[in-house]
Design a protein around this ligand. Structure first.
Ligand code: 13P
Length: 235
């Protein structure tokens, strides 16, 4: 079963998230969606996990039960909504908010100990890409430092930074090449691709043997476009 995840990033309000989720539930029920669907709304729009056809996940959380970490939410806040799925290591948090590998690993460890399903993101910059495939793999390897790859509720998302929000995804050859190599390391861990996935390219990306699903940003924010992605990902 393919995994189709939507990362809202800093988009949508509580009201529009609710509308999105209700429409998604209707669509997925009517179409008997065959995919595992996850929606990551912004923290202010977290919803109780009451939907039958998909899970709500959080884009971020601080590795603490609660405490004095201004601006962050911890386990207690996630538990109130029954959230059990978490994104860790997204490149925007690594790049913009300067989250280090050791902090990503600390978060991973904390939430893995509490049984969360973790969607752990990795991905290289254009600069690293220019240095060739072996440099890319070495860089990606460094993003696994401190991450327990034998954790049973782990999903890995490969999201090359240069493809995110660019409108142009990595080519099928590039995805195949990196995913094949990553799979040798990850074995049975589901491996998603992210970076300019849209209704027009999702089918061919999912047809790649080593792609177990997609993590979608901008093309998932409009419900009609996300439903189109779900439609086109029945393969
Ligand atoms: P885009 O689909 O907008 O390129 O974003 C991908 C992403 O970062 C998902 O986490």
């Amino acid at each position: 079963m393919k995994i189709i995840a939507s990362n809202f990033k800093t988009n949508h309000t509580r009201k529009s998230t609710l509308r999105f989720c209700e429409e998604l539930e209707k669509f997925a029920t009517q179409n008997q969606a065959q995919q595992q669907i996850i929606v990551f709304p912004p923290q202010t729009a977290l919803l109780e996990n009451r939907f039958k056809t998909f899970q709500i996940g959080a884009q971020n959380a601080y590795p603490a039960q609660n405490g004095s970490i201004t601006g962050e939410i911890g386990l207690e806040q996630l538990e109130e909504f029954g959230i059990q799925t978490l994104l860790i290591g997204h490149s925007e948090r690594r790049e913009i908010l300067k989250e280090s590998q050791s902090f990503c690993a600390e978060k991973f460890d904390f939430f893995a100990k509490r049984g969360f399903r973790i969607c752990y993101c990795i991905g290289e910059s254009q600069e690293v890409k220019k240095q060739g495939i072996e440099a890319v793999l070495e860089f990606l390897e460094s993003q696994f430092e401190g991450i327990a790859l034998d954790y049973p509720h782990l999903i890995v998302a490969y999201e090359p930074i240069w493809a995110i929000g660019s409108g142009v995804s990595a080519s099928l050859e590039e995805i195949t090449q990196i995913h094949t190599r990553l799979k040798q390391k990850l074995g049975k861990i589901p491996l998603l691709y992210g970076g300019s996935v849209k209704p027009q390219n999702v089918r061919e990306i999912l047809q790649i043997h080593s792609v177990d699903g997609v993590l979608v940003g901008s093309a998932s924010w409009e419900i009609s476009s996300f439903c189109q992605i779900l439609d086109n990902s029945r393969i």
